[in-house]
Ligand binder design. Structure first.
Ligand code: MTE
Ligand code: MO
Length: 257
């Protein structure tokens, strides 16, 4: 037992050192032909190291008194597709969330179904890469139990979220907001599909009818206006292949905080 623990601590130490070395190397190699390879390695190690250090750790949660008086709405705040507008006008009464891809049991869930599913409420801080933060209370269906119900196939490695909004069309005709996360993060206790914010139905500006909360990563990972969820084996075939709308525009795929 002691030996096992020591060995794990040792391996963890190596991983941290290796990540540090890779990041230092990035700085030195900027501009050289090796930069991309080294950066990729650095990002990969950073993800592995962050996961190893965080384990199943929870993101900090706050008391009601910490809830921000103002919570900025960022990116899309009112999707303009005909489909979305119709659903919004109907109060999302006829809307369904599709869960498919690499699953044995595809699901089509109404908001009532989602409200009846295992839930979690959490008061957490949202950090946007642009440099602002805000605290809010989120209530939603835990993603893990929903994926268990859908029964993931063995080949599934990521969960993809497809949204109702299109931000820009200029890059190769893609511009639909989407995100992908690792299965391990999908099953984290605080990973929820939020349908309430600060005790009220999730407002359209913040992603109605549901938005992802992935509390240990940056704001851009938390897809709003989620219409369809797919279990996938890899994301290289989606849009520009980097695993998300902002990732396709240069941000890191694993946006740990
Ligand atoms: N569908 C969709 N999801 C999105 C975005 C978006 O533009 N469209 N913006 C992202 C970014 S950069 C942030 S910081 C948060 C903003 O969430 P908020 O509007 O609730 O503040 O949503 C993220 N999820
Ligand atoms: Mo953001």
């Amino acid at each position: 037992m002691t030996v096992h623990r020591t060995r794990r601590a040792f391996l963890r130490g190596i991983a941290v050192t290796a990540a540090g070395a890779a990041l230092t190397a990035c700085d030195k190699l900027t501009g050289s032909a090796h930069t991309v390879d080294v950066l990729d390695t650095g990002e990969h190690l950073t993800e592995a190291v962050q996961r190893a250090l965080a384990g199943g750790a929870l993101a900090p949660e706050f008391p009601e008194s910490a809830i921000s008086a103002r919570f900025r709405a960022n990116g899309s705040t009112d999707p303009d597709s005909d489909d979305y507008r119709r659903h919004a006008a109907e109060g999302f009464a006829n809307w369904h969330l599709e869960i498919g891809g690499l699953v044995e049991n595809p699901l089509s869930l109404s908001l009532a179904d989602l409200r009846a599913a295992p839930e979690r409420t959490q008061i957490t801080r949202h950090d946007c890469v642009e440099g602002w933060s805000a605290i809010a209370k989120w209530r939603g269906a835990r993603l893990g139990p929903l994926l268990e119900r859908a029964r993931l196939k063995a080949e599934a490695r990521y969960i993809a979220f497809f949204c109702a909004d299109t931000l820009e069309l200029t890059l190769d005709g893609t511009g639909d907001y989407y995100e992908t996360i690792a299965i391990a993060d999908a099953f984290h206790e605080q990973t929820i599909l939020a349908y309430e914010m600060n005790g009220r139905t999730l407002p359209i500006a913040h992603g109605a009818p549901i938005r992802l909360r992935l509390e240990r990563q940056l704001g851009y990972k938390m897809a709003k206006y989620v219409m369809r969820i797919e279990a996938i084996a890899d994301f290289s075939g989606i849009a520009l292949g980097k695993g998300g709308y902002w990732e396709d525009r240069g941000y890191q795929w694993y946006a740990g905080i």
